[in-house]
Design a protein. Structure first.
Length: 468
């Protein structure tokens, strides 16, 4: 067995060097590989590996049978795939085109709702892998146009050259081009226009979606937990939707926020991990029926839609990079305005809400009793103070003031002290007298200055102030 393996390996190395390593793994695999290699060189062999006879080798580029073709069909969005118009039309046209040229369609790859700006497409990758696996499953890939295959100039050229290395060509039924340099350049120019058209369409679609978000409509995707998207308007074939509260899920959302702010009554406010454990223990599940995780709870607690603000266009779709604040759109989750400035309520309803709130909070019997008791106590204290002041005033008028104890002890009899001889009489501080004015000068005004001495006893006239 081993000598036969080495013999097959040496012959396979001469015919196909890149497949010689197969001989070291298994003899049957090596025999199959050698059979395929000899068939290409015009040598036929039986199952034992012995030569039956020679078959004339065909020149390169000449085939004994019709070319085998694989058809690739694609639309960009799931809505186009649901309409079931574009893909059947592509399929019919490509099959008719291949039949007219005598080609045999051996495979069909359908990509519903996938963008051609990158290669992250399952059916596309499966087709490329099949074309490059070395088994020559098909010779040609037929597409309706080059934009169905790729909408990126670099990506198109990369995969065209990769397929060419494995003997597979890319053919468009609406853009038939050859392999000469001029037509290769034309294919590259077409790819550039396809890329430009894709980016222009993306720009206009984003502009329309931003305006739709400014008006308060839901642009799609899965609504946040506790909300559901409901159709509210139709504009032609377009359906306008808005977020409304889901009564079933809303109870769970309120419970989560109550646990976060107040706790479950036996402890204080709870964190994300404690809330997740509490919800899973008590049988609460997500919309999909799964248990609550830390990430989903954190996203729910930090989502601005629960505060009434509905954001849009926050992140890049491919890179996940956060966009600038000027590119984002934040609308009201209920009324569709660019800023939640408050609720719009009728005046009669607002009056009823205000009066009901005042009656419930301010006009409670206990509160009114305490308030009126405090007010009555203050009024009684004020009346007692007024009565006491009036009584004290009446007593001063009827009787003389009692002498001070110090005067009674030092100067005897309570007589007021006499002014020493030679000391001028002083008026009490802070009092003023009218300034004398010459006749005809008008009404006398109070003098701003104070008197410093008493009138002279000899003349009986007052001393004029400095301002007079």
């Amino acid at each position: 067995m081993w000598p036969q393996s080495f013999k097959l390996g040496r012959e396979l190395t001469r015919l196909k060097p890149d497949a010689a390593v197969v001989c070291l793994r298994s003899v049957p695999v090596a025999m199959n590989a050698l059979s395929r290699a000899r068939s290409r060189r015009g040598v036929a062999m039986n199952s034992a590996g012995k030569r039956w006879g020679s078959v004339p080798a065909m020149p390169i580029g000449v085939r004994t049978s019709a070319p085998r073709a694989a058809v690739y069909l694609r639309v960009s969005t799931g809505r186009q795939a649901e309409q079931d118009l574009s893909i059947p039309d592509q399929k019919a046209q490509t099959r008719v085109w291949a039949t007219q040229r005598g080609w045999t369609v051996v495979a069909e790859y359908v990509e519903p709702g996938a963008s051609a700006t990158d290669d992250k497409r399952p059916e596309f990758q499966r087709m490329i892998e099949r074309a490059c696996d070395g088994e020559n499953a098909f010779d040609v890939i037929v597409v309706h146009s080059f934009s169905r295959f790729f909408r990126d100039a670099f990506g198109l050229e990369f995969y065209v050259r990769k397929l060419a290395k494995h003997g597979v060509r890319l053919v468009s039924i609406t853009q038939e081009l050859g392999d000469d340099p001029a037509q290769v350049m034309m294919r590259q120019v077409i790819a550039l226009f396809d890329e430009y058209q894709s980016k222009e369409n993306a720009k206009h679609v984003l502009r329309s979606m931003k305006e739709n978000a400014r008006q308060g409509y839901w642009n799609g995707a899965r609504p946040p937990f506790g909300y559901q998207a409901v159709e509210v308007e139709r504009r032609g074939s377009r359906i306008k939707k808005r977020l409304v509260i889901d009564p079933v899920e809303a109870e769970t959302v309120r419970l989560i926020f109550r646990l976060f702010l107040e706790g479950d009554g036996r402890s204080g406010p709870m964190g994300v991990k404690a809330i997740a454990v509490w919800l899973n223990t008590h049988g609460f599940r997500t919309r999909g029926g799964a248990t609550w995780g830390f990430g989903s709870l954190h996203a729910l607690l930090t989502h601005s839609v629960y505060a009434g603000r509905m954001p849009f266009n926050r992140f890049e779709a491919r890179s996940g990079r956060r966009k600038a604040a000027s590119e984002q759109v934040v609308s009201c989750a209920r009324h569709g305005r660019t800023a939640c400035k408050g609720r719009s309520i009728r005046m009669d309803k607002l009056d009823g809400l205000v009066t009901t709130h005042l009656a419930d909070r301010l006009l409670q019997p206990e509160r009114l009793k305490a308030l009126l008791g405090s007010l009555a106590g203050r009024r009684a204290e004020k009346a007692a103070a007024v009565d006491a002041s009036e009584t004290a005033g009446a007593g001063g008028v009827r009787g003389r003031r009692a002498p001070a104890p110090a005067l009674q002890a030092g100067r005897g009899g309570g007589d007021r002290p006499r002014r020493p001889a030679g000391r001028p009489h002083r008026r009490p501080q802070g009092r003023s007298r009218p300034c004398p004015r010459p006749p005809g000068s008008g009404r006398a005004r109070p003098c701003a200055r104070r008197w410093t001495s008493a009138p002279s006893s000899s003349s009986g006239s007052e001393r004029p102030c400095a301002s007079g």
